[in-house]
Design a protein around this ligand. Structure first.
Ligand code: 0D3
Ligand code: ZN
Ligand code: ZN
Length: 467
C-alpha cells in the first residue's frame, strides 16, 4: 500500500497553528498521525485534493472523524489531546474498549490479497518461516473466498515482519513473553500488516512460541477479526498450542460474517466449544480430583469447585501428556491417584504429575483382549472397589489386591437397575454414584441399588446463577 507522501503531510501539518505554541509538530508526531489515520481511518494517498481545499482535505476530515469518535473537540488539527489519544498503546485490534474503533467493521474490499514476508526471524530457517506463514494463510483461504498470493518485492496488502521493541507504529513490543505479535485490521498503509516480536523465540514445534499458531491468530486480525471469548477459538486472546491449529466453529462464523463462505465444498472440520449450560451437553468422562469434579469433553475439561462458576479449559493445560476425547476417568481417593482411559491405554497421575511407566495397556488390570475400550469408571471408597463399564456390562476391580474380582463381567441392568444399559461417564460424590448417558443424569445409591433422582447433565455447573 502507498504511504501518504510525508512532504505533503508536513505541509498540511505545518499550516496548522497550535493553540499553545509550546510544541511544534515534530516529524515523529506527523509520522504517527499518518500511520494512525491510515490504519484506523482508511486514509488513502489522495494528496492532490488536499492542495485544492485544505479544510476538506482527507487528513482534516479523517482527523475530525477520529476526534468525534473519541469525544474530543473537533478541530481537524492534531492538537495535544488528539495526539494523546493516538499515542495510547493499542494492539492492532484491541480487546474490549467501549471507546475503541472496534465497533467499526474492517474488511478487505477485494478477495485476491497479496502478502510479503519483509524480514525473517533468526530462530528458524527461512523455508520453515515461509511454510508456517503459508499454512496459516491456507487455514483462512479454506473457509473464505479469499486468496493469498505471495510477492517478493514492493508493497503487498499484508506486509509481514519480525521486529523488536519500538518499531515506529505506536505499539512497541515488550521483550520476551507478554505480547507476541500484533496485526492491523484491513486498510491501506499499515492496514493488514503483521508484526512478530523478534524478542520471542519462534518455533515449528511444541515449544513456545509456535509461529504457525501465532500467524493463524494474527492473520485473523489482518482480515478484520477481533478477539473471541470462545476459549477454543484461534482468535481467543491468549496463546495456547497442543500440536494442532484448529478453527472453532465461532472463528468460521465470524470470518464468514465478513466475507461469506468458501466456494470449496470440502470444509475443514470445526469443533464446537462445549457450553457448560447447554442442556444437550454430553460428556466423555468425569472424575473427582482432590475435592473438585472434572468433566471431560473433546479437548476440554470443565472444573467444578464448589460454589465457584465452572471453569472451562484445555485438557493439555493441566495434563499435557493426555490425549483428547478421553473415554473414562476415576480417582482412587485414598491413594491420591487419578486414572484416565482411552482405547486400550490408561494414564495414571498424582495431581498433575504423570506416574512413571504410563501409559499402560488396560489388559494389565485383568481385562480380556476382547475389551477394546472402557466407557466409564468409578471408585467406591467404602469398599476400595472400582467399577468399569463396558457396553452393557460392568467389571469390578479390587484396588487393594490390585486384581479383577471373580464373577465379572455382569450386566449393568442387574447391578445398577434403572440406569439403562450403557454409560458415558460416572463419578462418585458423598457415596452416591452419578451416571451420565446422553443428556440424562442418574443419582444412584449403591447401598440400596436404586435411583434417587434424575437430573440435567449440567446440574453441577451453577447454570441459572452464573450464566
Ligand atoms: C498475544 O500476544 C496476542 C497474540 C496471540 C494470541 C493468541 C494466540 C496466538 C497469538 C496478541 S494479538 N497474546 C498474549 C499472549 O498470549 C496475551 N502471550 C503469551 C502467553 O503465553 N500468555
Ligand atoms: Zn507493530
Ligand atoms: Zn490478538
Amino acid at each position: 500500500m502507498h504511504h501518504l507522501p510525508l512532504l505533503l503531510l508536513l505541509w498540511v501539518m505545518g499550516s496548522w497553528s497550535f493553540p499553545t505554541s509550546l510544541t511544534d509538530p515534530k516529524e515523529q508526531d506527523m509520522k504517527m498521525v499518518q500511520t494512525y489515520l491510515e490504519s484506523y481511518y482508511r486514509l488513502e494517498n489522495d494528496g492532490h485534493k488536499i492542495a485544492k481545499q485544505r479544510d476538506h482535505s482527507p487528513v482534516v476530515e479523517k482527523l475530525k472523524q477520529m476526534q468525534k469518535f473519541f469525544g474530543l473537540k473537533v478541530t481537524g488539527k492534531p492538537d495535544a489531546e488528539t495526539l494523546k489519544v493516538m499515542r495510547q498503546p493499542r494492539c492492532g485490534v484491541p480487546d474490549v474498549a467501549p471507546l475503541s474503533i472496534t465497533s467499526r467493521i474492517f474488511r478487505w474490499e477485494h478477495t485476491s490479497l497479496t502478502y510479503r514476508i519483509e524480514t525473517y526471524t533468526k530462530d528458524m530457517h527461512p523455508a520453515e518461516v515461509d511454510r508456517a506463514i503459508e499454512k496459516a494463510f491456507n487455514l483462512w483461504s479454506q473457509v473464505t473466498p479469499l486468496t493469498f498470493t505471495k510477492v517478493f518485492e514492493g508493497q503487498a496488502d499484508i506486509m509481514i515482519s519480525f521486529v523488536y521493541g519500538d518499531h515506529y507504529d505506536n505499539s512497541p513490543f515488550d521483550g520476551p513473553g507478554n505480547t507476541l505479535a500484533h496485526a492491523f485490521p484491513p486498510g491501506s498503509g499499515l492496514g493488514g500488516d503483521v508484526h512478530f516480536d523478534e524478542d520471542e523465540t519462534w518455533t515449528n514445534n511444541l515449544k513456545e512460541y509456535n509461529l504457525y499458531r501465532v500467524a493463524a491468530h494474527e492473520l485473523g486480525h489482518s482480515l478484520g477479526l477481533s478477539h473471541s471469548m470462545d476459549i477454543g477459538a484461534l482468535m481467543y486472546p491468549s496463546y495456547f498450542y497442543s500440536g494442532e491449529v484448529q478453527f472453532s466453529q465461532s472463528d468460521i462464523q465470524d470470518i464468514q460474517a465478513l466475507y461469506g463462505p468458501s466456494k470449496n465444498p470440502f470444509q475443514p472440520e470445526a469443533p464446537k466449544t462445549p457450553e457448560p449450560c447447554d442442556s444437550k451437553l454430553t460428556f466423555d468422562a468425569i472424575t473427582t480430583l482432590r475435592g473438585e469434579i472434572i468433566f471431560f469433553k473433546d479437548r476440554f475439561y470443565l472444573r467444578v469447585i464448589r460454589n465457584y462458576p465452572v471453569e472451562l479449559q484445555h485438557i493439555s493445560d493441566l495434563w499435557p501428556a493426555l490425549p483428547n476425547k478421553l473415554q473414562a476417568a476415576y480417582e482412587v481417593t485414598n491413594k491420591d491417584e487419578v486414572r484416565f482411559f482411552k482405547g486400550n491405554k490408561y494414564w495414571a497421575f498424582q495431581g498433575h504429575d504423570m506416574l512413571p511407566g504410563y501409559p499402560k495397556d488396560i489388559y494389565v488390570l485383568g481385562f480380556p483382549r476382547t475389551v477394546k475400550s472402557i466407557d466409564a469408571a468409578v471408585y467406591e471408597e467404602t469398599t476400595s472397589k472400582t467399577y468399569f463399564f463396558v457396553d452393557n456390562k460392568y467389571w469390578r476391580y479390587d484396588e487393594t489386591k490390585e486384581s479383577m474380582d471373580k464373577g465379572y463381567p455382569k450386566l449393568i441392568q442387574d447391578g445398577f437397575p434403572g440406569i439403562g444399559n450403557k454409560v458415558d461417564a460416572v463419578f462418585s460424590d458423598d457415596n452416591f454414584f452419578y451416571f451420565f448417558h446422553g443428556t440424562r443424569q442418574y443419582e444412584f445409591d449403591p447401598k440400596t441399588k436404586s435411583i434417587l433422582r434424575l437430573r440435567k447433565t449440567n446440574s453441577w455447573f451453577n447454570c441459572r446463577k452464573k450464566y
